[in-house]
Design a protein around this ligand. Structure first.
Ligand code: ISJ
Length: 246
């Protein structure tokens, strides 16, 4: 490729381990990096504004062409902590649910669980900006990313969507993956993958440079999130994409 590869990543704490190794890495000579919230970078990849992005996997069915280019993803094999339905009342008393405008995968996952697993009769309310203050009474809300850690301290009922997906399907959940909208040089992909892995193998160093008081990041990076895109995660991803087509 003549020009630099345009890469977009998620701007949350969950992505710090994946980005840790890019600083001073030779792959940076081949690419430029930007960050934003997941729904935004999903649209950038669909629109061709970027070549590669850590996109919500729920955007895959909207792409004309896609290639999974990395052995790493944002996944979970148990409770993820940062993708939850927050409520003042128990699940079956919820009347309406605010959807997180920053999310695509978790919104699709929530709708799937509500309809097929929990079988709730609720109204969904789309959002475009701050809405967490509206989560009260029988109005619940989906909140993802770093903002979920703040909401964990506010809402008495917390339903972890990765945990419930795993209970429902017995498969891990993949929320986001590094996806390109065109074929890319093998040399770039190898270097990109190498850069991804550095932080994953150095979690204490990632935690040390990201002081955070709301949640224990070692727990988050080691126990909640699971980054390697293993065969069982690919199975989980395929199952999720299958549900999206239904
Ligand atoms: C675990 C998370 O995974 C994410 C959830 C996404 C989504 O819902 O579309 C997309 C990217 C990831 O940031 C999180 O944001 O907390």
């Amino acid at each position: 490729m003549e020009r630099k590869v345009k890469v977009a990543a998620v701007s949350y704490l969950n992505t710090k381990p994946l980005l840790f190794g890019f600083r001073n890495h030779p792959v940076m000579d081949m690419m430029e990096l930007s960050v934003d919230y997941p729904a935004k970078i999903g649209q950038q990849l669909i629109d061709g504004i970027v070549d590669v992005a850590l996109v919500p996997v729920a955007v895959i069915p909207k792409m004309k062409e896609y290639h999974i280019i990395s052995d790493y993803c944002i996944g979970a094999e148990g409770p993820v902590a940062s993708v939850c339905l927050f409520s003042d009342v128990p699940l079956h008393d919820i009347k309406r649910i605010y959807l997180d405008y920053q999310s695509r995968s978790s919104v699709a996952l929530l709708k799937l669980l509500v309809k097929d697993y929990w079988k709730l009769d609720v109204e969904f309310i789309p959002t475009t900006g701050d809405y967490e203050g509206n989560i009260k009474g029988t109005d619940a809300g989906l909140v993802i990313g770093d903002r979920a850690f703040l909401q964990r301290k506010v809402s008495p009922y917390i339903y972890d969507l990765a945990e419930h997906w795993i209970r429902y399907t017995s498969l891990p959940m993949v929320f986001a993956a590094w996806i390109s909208n065109k074929p890319l040089p093998v040399e770039f992909i190898q270097q990109f993958n190498n850069a991804n892995g550095i932080g994953i193998n150095n979690i204490p160093a990632v935690v040390a440079e990201n002081p955070y008081g709301e949640y224990d990041l070692t727990t988050y990076y080691v126990k909640n999130l699971s980054y390697p895109l293993t065969p069982s995660k690919k199975q989980g991803l395929n199952k999720f994409l299958w549900y999206l087509q239904q």
